[in-house]
Design a protein around this ligand. Structure first.
Ligand SMILES: NC(=O)c1ccc[n+]([C@@H]2O[C@H](COP(=O)([O-])OP(=O)(O)OC[C@H]3O[C@@H](n4cnc5c(N)ncnc54)[C@H](O)[C@@H]3O)[C@@H](O)[C@H]2O)c1
Ligand SMILES: CC(C)[C@H](C(=O)O)[C@@H](O)C(=O)O
Ligand SMILES: [Mg+2]
Length: 351
């Protein structure tokens, strides 16, 4: 398997180094390649997703992605900002299905922003559509008739876009608790009404899955009131972005949530749900566990290697059960110490 490592900006290189250690420890027959992406690529070549990087991504079986974003480039033209690299990869590779699991690791009951008994019940999967919505609609700024500036971003979903993500979500639910909650804003948005209608049509093919619908404002509230009620959530690009950051604090930290971005084939891109965290970059205190758990998802979904994916997840679970905590979880362990702890847990497995 050919894996492309794209570390990116901010804490990206720091956490990628720890995932690299885990990959080395497993000694798998993989070929590794690296390329610049995001602000680092813009600085070096004037584009956040240079053609060489995109070509390498297309040639890879899987991409392990750190994070992009650098406040130094927040004022450059939008199409050249670091974030365009990840949006470009998702679009160019047709990665329309973003899986963002959130489960409370034993031992982290008191780290959740929620009460321990509420947090303990969390074991959910957010299936976020990743190639459409207001992210990819027409956008711009214009001057209105009265002479003021107006920004606009068009929200749209076609029937086929909703249908394909609905199938992914129903299949995911079949492999879990057989409950799917579709989150939308159909009481206000035409885009959401079509979303809901199409999800209901697709549901006819999955009679074993119990489908429910929830408005996104209520879903945000229910996610902190009683997150244990959710099994699989399917939602659009923007709502999924927001709800997944919220879900991360329900299980303790944004530094724990991994994701898989998948298309039609086996190729996928795997990344933590968080960003480049410029406020802590270079300090050696970023939590590398979301990055390491993203590697586990890579092995599972693109590598078909469930055994090693499960080994990594068990090692992370062990490290957390042993009380290892970085600053985000109220502890003092740094990025490299946490990565080392995962490697020793891996090496100690089965002994
Ligand atoms: N997929 C991506 O590459 C991605 C995702 C989200 C944000 N971004 C970009 O990242 C930059 C920063 O955005 P932001 O501050 O809104 O979000 P962020 O996720 O980078 O950080 C939010 C907060 O969480 C903390 N945090 C994030 N990851 C952490 C980790 N692994 N360990 C410990 N603490 C962690 C940060 O220190 C910060 O306080 C922006 O340029 C944004 O566009 C990129
Ligand atoms: C950086 C940004 C474009 C990205 C998104 O909004 O999808 C990020 O927030 C994420 O969650 O991966
Ligand atoms: Mg996000």
């Amino acid at each position: 398997m050919k894996i492309l490592l794209l570390a990116g900006d901010g804490i990206g290189p720091e956490i990628m180094a720890e995932a690299g250690k885990v990959l080395d420890a497993l000694a798998l027959p993989v070929t590794l390649d690296r390329a610049l992406v995001g602000g680092a690529a813009y600085e070096a070549s004037g584009h956040p997703l240079p053609p060489e990087t995109l070509a390498k991504a297309k040639a890879a079986d899987a991409i392990l992605f750190g994070a992009v974003g650098d406040p130094r480039f927040d004022a450059v033209e939008r199409h050249l900002r670091p974030e365009q690299a990840i949006l470009g990869l998702r679009a160019e590779l047709g990665l329309f299905a973003n899986l963002r699991p959130a489960k409370l690791f034993p031992g982290l009951e008191d780290s959740s922003a929620l009460r321990p008994e509420v947090a303990s019940a969390i074991d959910l999967l957010i299936v976020r559509e990743l190639n459409g919505d207001v992210y990819f609609g027409e956008k711009g700024t214009r001057t209105t008739a009265s002479g003021e500036r107006e920004g606009y971003d068009v929200m749209a979903y076609s029937e086929s876009e909703v249908r394909r993500i609905a199938h992914v979500a129903f299949r995911a639910a079949q492999g879990r608790g057989k409950r799917l909650c579709s989150v939308d804003k159909a009481n206000v948005l035409e885009t959401s009404q079509l979303w809901r209608d199409v999800v209901i049509e697709v549901a006819a093919e999955y009679p074993d899955v119990a489908l429910s619908h929830m408005y996104v404002d209520n879903a945000a509230m229910q996610l902190v009131r009683n997150p244990g009620q959710f099994d699989v959530i399917v939602t659009g690009n923007l709502f999924g972005d927001i709800l997944s950051d919220q879900a991360s604090m329900c299980v303790g930290s944004i530094g724990l949530l991994a994701s898989a971005s998948l298309g039609e084939g086996r190729r996928g891109l795997y990344e933590p749900i968080h960003g480049s965290a410029p406020d802590i970059a270079g300090k050696g205190i970023a939590n590398p566990l979301a990055m390491i758990l993203s590697l586990a998802m890579l092995l599972r979904h693109s590598g078909g290697d469930e055994a090693n994916a499960a080994r990594i997840e068990a090692a992370v679970g062990q490290v957390l059960a042993d009380g290892c905590r970085g600053a985000d979880l109220g502890g003092t362990m740094g990025t490299t110490a946490l990565g080392d702890a995962v490697v020793s847990a891996l090496n100690g497995q089965g002994r």
